[in-house]
Design a protein around this ligand. Structure first.
Ligand code: SF4
Length: 394
């Protein structure tokens, strides 16, 4: 029998979603449906064969027409395609700390949440683009809908959640900030400093680009391991139309300058350019991948999801066939530019097909694939030894 291509399945599920049979009660058996404050997440966190995490759309209207169904038979969860059994799957489980409270009495899931195996925080107020009159938010974004009125988490509360998550195997936490007119990294810095001092988790920061590039030096000195730059679209006209706030108050070039600066300081494969595939013409997405990998960063590519309640919720989800071309190009561009991917331990993101998952889309396995694969294997082993020794010494 032909082996299942789990990466291709993940991508197809991201594009088409899944229907849930009444034999399955996901809210009882796994994590609740995610309501992620920014971006494109809204789905059911599942673990596919090969241990691939996937946040699968279920509530958007296109998911109701999906050929995939999640069913339970003889106590096992299965994905069916056109009613035929395809493969067994698992729901991502709630970590134990989701039932804990911080010492201030706050439920820990109000402070942070798991996305795949990474711990995500959005410790700042709703993005400024949603507050402007008229609002100039990115049109695919759900932050202004998902934001709660709860008080912002303190550094101490975030530390308690980091420790609890680390004790259950989490290795990486991620801080996400909206637009606050140049104050973004100042707001995030105390969190990064505390995480590095007290837990030694790996830390990622996603924030609008700073015009004062020395702010990145401060965050690097504080211990930031990774920056991601969400410039979303390579085509300037699409960027302008879909991201009016980013276009007016930042400009595409600010993203490029910041990504090039941090990559020159931190080295290849440490930072990422985040883009959305499925809205701008395919050739622009491929150009984005070429640009990002040429500067030494890695592409993080979200499949466009028309999240309910956003300005773009009537847009179609992209076709699987187009997305295969995108992720194949991602793999080949990372390989040809020798971009290290998938090096840090236990980082399995559910909302995107990760660069190291691009291998599922390669054509054949030639010499360049073999060389790249060996190189990544050596880097992975070396980094894992280093990371474990830091945890033991810490
Ligand atoms: S910058 Fe855009 S995508 Fe990010 S939170 Fe603000 S409106 Fe949403």
């Amino acid at each position: 029998m032909k082996k299942m291509n789990s990466g291709a399945l993940k991508l197809e599920l991201l594009c088409k979603g899944i229907r849930i049979d009444e034999s399955v009660q996901p809210e009882r058996e796994g994590r609740a449906l995610t309501k992620i404050r920014a971006g494109l997440g809204s789905g059911l966190e599942m673990i596919l064969p090969d241990d691939l995490y996937c946040n699968i759309p279920v509530v958007e209207s296109f998911a109701r027409r999906s050929p995939f169904t999640l069913v339970k038979r003889n106590g096992s969860l299965l994905i069916c395609r056109d009613e035929k059994e395809l493969c067994p799957v698992r729901l991502a489980q709630k970590p134990k700390w989701y039932d804990y409270k911080t010492s201030t009495g706050r439920p820990m899931p109000e402070v942070g949440s798991m996305q795949g195996t990474t711990l995500a925080f959005y410790p700042t107020e709703v993005c400024g683009f949603w507050r402007m009159e008229p609002r100039v938010n990115c049109r695919f974004c759900a932050t202004g809908i998902n934001v709660s009125d709860a008080a912002l988490p303190t550094v101490d509360e975030v530390m308690e959640v980091c420790r609890a998550a680390r004790d259950e195997g989490t290795t990486f936490c991620h801080f996400n900030a909206g637009f606050y007119a140049g104050r973004e990294l100042d707001l995030i810095k105390p969190f990064v400093e505390a995480v590095k001092r007290k837990t030694r988790l790996l830390v990622g920061v996603q924030a609008p680009p700073q015009k004062d590039l020395s702010k990145y030096d401060e965050l690097i000195d504080a211990g930031t391991d990774h920056f991601s730059f969400c410039y979303e679209f390579h085509n300037p006209k699409v960027f302008q139309d879909i991201c009016p706030g980013k276009d007016t108050h930042l400009g595409q070039k600010a993203f490029f300058d910041a990504m090039e600066y941090t990559t020159s300081k931190m080295g290849k494969g440490r930072n990422s350019g985040e883009i959305i595939a499925g809205i701008e013409p395919l050739e622009d997405t491929l150009s984005a991948i070429d640009y990002i990998t040429a500067v030494g960063a890695f592409p993080t590519i979200c499949v466009f999801r028309p999240v309910q309640g956003t300005d773009m919720d009537k847009y179609p989800s992209p076709t699987y066939e187009d997305m295969v071309l995108v992720y194949r190009h991602m793999y080949e561009a990372c390989r040809d530019n020798s971009i290290p991917t998938g090096i840090a331990p236990n980082i399995k993101t559910s909302l995107v097909v990760l660069p190291y998952e691009g291998r599922y889309f390669r054509r054949g396995f030639g010499v360049s694939d073999a060389v790249y694969s060996v190189k990544l294997g050596i880097m992975r082993a070396a980094f894992r030894t280093y990371y474990r020794s830091r945890l033991i010494l810490g």
